[in-house]
Design a binder for this molecule. Structure first.
Ligand code: NOJ
Length: 924
C-alpha cells in the first residue's frame, strides 16, 4: 500500500524543515484524465470568437421532446426526451416560494435507480400545483402557483426556459444542447464501449465501474447576467471566472489537498454545486442536486438577440446584445436535477435556497467568540498555561482545541493517559471562566481489535465495503484504518451513542467536536481519498455519493451531541468537508491554508462564496496553518478574522508556537484590540445569526447584498458587509498602510458612513484611508443601530448579561434602526419562547427634537441586559437636554456629551432594560 499523500506521520513532519511548497498537482486528476469530464467537455467546443455559429441551435446531443408523451398532474409536468441513442424522462416540478425543479432521469426501465442526495433537504420539498399549463404544438407553457415562476419548454430543440415573477427570462437549460446522460449498463461481451466506460486508471489505481459509465451533464445559462458566484470550495476569486478555453473547469470533488494553490479551480474539501447569478436588482440561483464528482465550465458572454431565437425577445433592458453567464455541469453519476430559485432579489434567492436545504441553527454564544487551536496543545499543563495566558494578557477567548495528539494512538474518543490523565478536570477548569473545549474526532477508525469502536463497528458490519464484501481499508493518521458507512442506519445510531457522557469518557457538555479528514481523506487512496468503487449500505457506490460523505458524518455527530443532553444544549461542530445541507449541522473552515499574504487575502472570497451558497458559519485558520507568519501578517490576520464569522487561530504541528503573548508588545496590542473588537460586536453577530435562521441571509455578505442596484460592486471581494450595518475592509496586503475603500452611495445616492472607532463621518464614494498597522478600516452605515458589549471579559459566556452600548448612525434623514436578539446563549429553550427581541429606532421628530425608542418585540426571556450608553453618530449640534421615559416611570434627565469635531453625541446611563420599552427624547 502506498502512502499517496504528503501527510506522512507527524514524526517525519517534526523532523522536516517547514518548507512551504505548493500543491503536488500530479496527485490530482485534470479533466483530461477523466473519461466523463473529457467527453462532456468536448460536446461543443465553444471557445474562440463570439461568432454566431456557436449559438446555432443545432444541439450536439440532439434531444427533442416527444409532445405525445406529455403528462401533467398538480405540481408535476412530465414528458419523454429522445435522441438517436436513448430516451430520457423529464419532470418539471413546481415548488413553494418561487422555486422550480427540473429533473432528467433514465426511464422507468433503467436497470438501476440513480442516487438522489435526499439527506441534503431540510424537509421533503413542498410542492405547489401549477397555476396553468398549456401544451402547444411546439412548446409548453407552465405557470407556477401564485404566478411566481414560469417555465416554457421548447420541444425541438429541447430547451427549458425559466422566467421569474416579472416574466423575465432568467435561465435556460440545454440551450447549447449539451444534455448527455449515460445509462447504467450490463456489460455485453464482444461489444465495443467508449474509452474508460468500464474502468479507468490513475497513478497505479484502477477504478472498476460495476454498472458502466453513468455520467450526466447539461448546460445552464443565466440570461441577462454577466456575473455569477458560488461553486464553493475553491481558493479562487469570488466572482466565477471564464474557464472555457482558459483553465480546467471548476472541480467539485471533496479532497484533502495538501498545500493548496491559490487562484485555480482545483477541488478542495467542500462541494456545493450552486450558482448565484446577480445583476442590479435581480438574482437567480441554480442548485445542481448531485453528490457525485462534478466539473463545471463557466463563461460570461454577450450574444445578439436575433441569434438566440424568440425567447430572447423576452429579455428586456439589455439592448440588442444580451449578456449571459453559462455553466456546463458535468457529473460522474446521479441525475440532472436542478432547482431554480427565481428571486427576484438576492435575499429572496437566499431564502428560497434555505427553505429547501436549511439554515444554520442558532450557534451557542461561545462559538462566535474567539477559538484558540494548534496541532497540538501537548498536555493538561499546556492547556492550563494557554488558558491562563489569555487571562494574564487581558485577551478574551472562548475555546481551547485539542487536535489528534490528545488521543491514545489516534483512537478517537480516547485520551493519551500520560498527557491527559484527567480530562474531566481539565475541561472543568477551563469552563470556570465560561470557556469550552473542542476535541477532534475523525471518521477513519484504527484497525485494532483492542479499540472498542473498531471492534463494535466490525462486529456490527458498519464499515464501508469493497466490491468483494470485505471492509474497505485505507491509511490515515492511525495507520491501517476502516471508514464508517454513514448511510447505514445502524452506523448512525451507533455513532450517535458514542457521544453520550458515559461512553465518551472525559467528555461533558463543555466539550464540543471537530470533524476533520471527512472528505474522506485516505492517504493510500486515489487522489488521497476513498476508491470510488467502494460500497455503502443499500449497494450505493461511493462514486454516487462521494461529495456528501463529510456531511453525512457531521450530521451523525450532530445527532450524538443533541442526544447527549436530551436535546437541551446546542451542539457546536466544525467540519472540513461539506456539501449541500452541511450548514444545518456544522461550521466550516477553509482547511490547510498557509501563512502568507495570498492566503490571507483569499479567505474573504472563499468565505463569501460559502456564505452565499448557504453555509454562513465559516472562517479560515487565523495566522495560516502551514508556515510561520511574521508579526505584520499575524496582526493583519487577526484584524481580518475578527470580521469573519468563524474566528479561530490554528497552526501546523511543525510551526513555532504563536499564542498572542509570544510576540512584541505592539503585536500583542493589535491582537488584543482585534479580539476586543470582536467581543464588543458579539451581540450584533449573535443577532445576525438569529436573523439568518429566519431569512437564510448570511451574517457575512458581499456588498451587492446590501446595495443590490449597484453594478460597480459585482467584483468586490476585499470589502464585505457584516449584516446590513458594518462594512469591513481589513488590510490584507503586505506593507500596505493606505487603502482605497468604496463606500456605496445606495439607490438614492444618499448613504452616509461613519468610521467605526472615531465615529466621524467618512465622506466620498471611494476614499483613500490611512491604515497603519494598528488600524482596521471599518465603517458603520448610516441608518443602522448596532448593539455592542463594551465591558470585555474573559469569555463570551461571562458577558452574556452585560449592559449594552448602542451605536446609532444617522442616515441622511437623521433616522436609524436596529435590533437585538438575546437568550441564554446555550440551550434550545429559545425554541419555546425563552428569548428576547428588541427593536431600536431613532427618529428625527422635528427640527429640534429626536427620539430613540426601544421596544420589546418578542420572547419571554428575562434578559438582564440594559442599555448603559447610546452613541449617536452624525448629530449636527449639541442637544439642550436629553430625557428618558421608561414604562411607568416619570421623565428623567440623562447626562450627555457632544463632540463638535466628530459630531458624536454620547448619552450616558439610560439604564433601560431590553425587555421593556423606553423612549429617550433629545431636544436641540
Ligand atoms: C488536517 C486539518 O486540516 C488540520 O487542521 C489538522 O490540524 C490536521 N489534520 C491534524 O489533525
Amino acid at each position: 500500500m502506498t502512502v499517496g499523500s504528503s501527510w506522512i506521520v507527524p514524526l517525519v513532519l517534526l523532523a522536516a524543515p517547514l518548507a512551504v511548497e505548493t500543491v503536488k498537482r500530479e496527485d490530482f486528476k485534470t479533466c483530461d484524465q477523466i473519461a466523463f469530464c473529457k467527453q462532456h467537455r468536448a460536446i461543443s467546443v465553444r471557445h474562440g470568437s463570439q461568432n454566431h455559429h456557436k449559438w446555432s441551435l443545432q444541439e450536439p446531443t440532439g434531444y427533442e421532446l416527444l409532445a405525445d408523451s406529455i403528462a401533467h398532474s398538480g405540481a408535476v409536468w412530465s414528458a419523454n426526451l429522445q435522441n438517436s441513442q436513448n430516451t430520457l424522462k423529464l419532470k418539471v416540478i413546481g415548488l413553494a416560494d418561487s422555486t422550480v425543479r427540473v429533473q432528467i432521469d433514465e426511464p422507468e426501465t433503467a436497470i438501476r435507480k440513480r442516487y438522489v442526495p435526499n439527506p441534503s433537504f431540510v424537509a421533503v420539498p413542498e410542492e405547489l400545483a401549477f397555476e396553468s399549463v398549456e401544451n402547444g404544438a411546439q412548446e409548453a407553457k407552465i405557470v407556477g402557483g401564485n404566478k411566481k415562476v414560469k417555465v416554457v419548454v421548447s420541444y425541438k430543440p429541447f430547451i427549458v426556459n425559466i422566467f421569474n415573477e416579472l416574466d423575465e427570462l432568467v435561465a435556460q437549460v440545454n440551450r447549447d444542447g449539451k444534455l448527455k446522460v449515460e445509462e447504467f449498463r450490463t456489460k455485453e461481451e464482444g461489444k465495443e464501449y467508449p474509452d474508460g466506460f468500464w474502468e479507468e486508471r490513475f497513478k497505479g489505481f484502477t477504478d472498476h465501474k460495476q454498472h458502466g459509465s453513468s455520467s450526466v451533464g447539461v448546460d445552464i445559462s443565466f440570461v441577462n447576467f454577466k456575473t455569477a458566484y458560488g461553486l464553493p470550495e475553491h481558493a479562487d476569486a469570488f466572482a466565477l471566472r471564464n474557464t472555457v478555453g482558459n483553465t480546467d473547469p471548476y472541480r467539485l470533488y471533496n479532497l484533502d489537498v495538501f498545500e493548496y494553490e491559490l487562484n485555480n479551480p482545483m477541488a478542495l474539501y467542500v462541494s456545493i454545486p450552486y450558482i448565484l447569478a446577480h445583476r442590479a436588482n435581480r438574482s437567480v440561483g441554480a442548485l445542481w442536486f448531485n453528490a457525485a464528482e462534478t466539473w463545471v465550465d463557466t463563461q460570461s458572454s454577450v450574444t445578439s438577440k436575433g441569434l438566440f431565437g424568440k425567447m430572447f425577445d423576452k429579455v428586456v433592458g439589455a439592448g440588442d446584445n444580451v449578456p449571459h453567464f453559462d455553466a456546463h455541469f458535468m457529473s460522474e453519476s446521479g441525475l440532472v436535477d436542478i432547482f431554480f430559485f427565481v428571486g427576484p432579489t438576492v435575499k429572496d434567492v437566499q431564502r428560497q435556497n434555505a427553505k429547501l436545504t436549511g439554515t444554520t441553527p442558532l450557534p451557542p454564544l461561545f462559538s462566535i467568540g474567539y477559538h484558540q487551536c494548534r496541532w497540538n496543545y501537548n498536555d493538561e499543563q499546556d492547556v492550563a498555561a494557554v488558558n491562563k495566558g489569555f487571562d494574564d494578557h487581558d485577551m478574551p477567548m472562548d475555546v481551547i482545541w485539542l487536535d489528534i495528539e490528545h488521543t491514545d494512538g489516534k483512537k478517537y474518543f480516547t485520551w493519551d493517559k500520560h498527557k491527559f490523565p484527567t480530562p474531566n478536570d481539565m475541561v472543568h477548569k477551563v469552563a470556570e471562566n465560561g470557556r469550552k473545549m473542542v476535541t477532534i474526532v475523525d471518521p477513519h477508525i484504527k484497525k485494532d481489535d483492542g479499540y472498542y469502536v473498531y471492534k463494535d463497528a466490525k462486529d456490527k458490519g458498519l464499515f464501508v465495503k469493497r466490491t468483494d464484501g470485505s471492509n474497505f481499508e485505507g491509511h490515515c493518521w492511525p495507520g491501517a484504518s476502516e471508514y464508517l458507512d454513514f448511510w447505514h442506519p445502524d452506523t448512525r445510531s451507533y455513532w450517535k451513542d458514542q457521544f453520550s457522557f458515559d461512553r465518551y469518557v472525559g467528555s461533558s457538555s463543555n466539550l464540543h467536536i471537530w470533524n476533520d479528514m471527512n472528505e474522506p481523506s485516505v492517504f493510500s487512496g486515489p487522489e488521497i481519498t476513498m476508491d470510488k468503487e467502494s460500497i455503502h449500505y443499500g449497494g450505493i457506490e461511493h462514486r454516487e455519493v462521494h461529495n456528501m460523505y463529510g456531511m453525512m458524518y457531521t450530521s451523525a455527530t450532530f445527532d450524538g451531541l443533541m442526544a447527549r443532553t436530551g436535546g437541551k444544549e446546542r451542539p457546536f461542530i466544525l467540519s472540513r468537508a461539506g456539501f449541500i445541507g452541511t450548514q444545518r449541522t456544522a461550521a466550516i473552515w477553509t482547511g490547510d491554508n498557509t501563512a502568507d499574504w495570498g492566503h490571507l487575502e483569499i479567505a474573504a472570497p472563499m468565505t463569501l462564496s460559502l456564505s452565499i451558497a448557504g453555509v454562513p458559519f465559516v472562517g479560515a485558520d487565523v495566522g495560516g496553518f502551514f508556515g510561520n507568519p511574521d508579526e505584520q501578517l499575524l496582526s493583519r490576520w487577526y484584524q481580518t478574522g475578527a470580521f469573519q464569522p468563524f474566528f479561530r487561530a490554528h497552526a501546523h504541528i511543525d510551526t513555532r508556537r504563536r499564542e498572542p503573548w509570544l510576540f512584541s508588545e505592539q503585536t500583542q496590542g493589535i491582537i488584543r484590540e482585534a479580539l476586543r473588537t470582536r467581543y464588543a460586536l458579539l451581540p450584533y453577530w449573535y443577532t445576525l445569526f438569529q436573523q439568518h435562521t429566519e431569512t437564510g441571509v448570511p451574517p457575512m455578505r458581499p456588498l451587492f447584498y446590501e446595495f443590490e442596484n449597484d453594478d460597480s460592486l459585482l467584483e468586490e471581494q476585499k470589502q464585505w458587509m457584516v449584516g446590513n450595518g458594518i462594512l469591513a475592509r481589513p488590510v490584507v496586503e503586505k506593507d500596505t498602510f493606505n487603502v482605497q475603500v468604496k463606500l456605496p452611495r445606495g439607490e438614492h445616492k444618499n448613504e452616509r458612513w461613519y468610521e467605526w472607532v472615531s465615529g466621524a463621518e467618512a465622506r466620498g464614494e471611494s476614499i483613500y484611508v490611512d491604515a497603519p498597522i494598528t488600524f482596521t478600516p471599518v465603517y458603520q452605515r448610516g441608518g443602522t443601530i448596532i448593539p455592542t458589549w463594551q465591558r470585555i471579559r474573559r469569555s463570551a459566556t461571562l458577558m452574556r448579561d452585560d449592559p449594552l452600548t448602542l451605536f446609532v448612525a444617522l442616515n441622511s434623514e437623521g433616522n436609524s434602526k436596529g435590533e437585538i436578539y438575546m437568550d441564554d446563549g446555550q440551550t434550545h429553550d429559545y425554541q419555546s419562547g425563552k428569548f428576547v427581541k428588541a427593536s431600536f429606532t431613532y427618529k428625527k421628530e422635528s427640527s429640534t427634537t429626536a427620539v430613540l425608542e426601544g421596544e420589546h418585540v418578542g420572547g419571554n426571556f428575562a434578559a438582564k441586559n440594559w442599555v448603559e450608553r447610546v452613541v449617536v453618530r452624525g448629530v449636527e449640534s449639541s442637544p439642550k437636554k436629553v430625557e428618558i421615559t421608561r414604562v411607568s416611570d416619570p421623565v428623567q434627565p440623562l447626562e450627555f456629551s457632544y463632540d463638535r469635531d466628530s459630531k458624536v453625541l454620547v448619552i450616558r446611563k439610560p439604564e433601560a432594560l431590553i425587555t421593556s420599552s423606553f423612549k429617550i427624547h433629545v431636544e436641540f
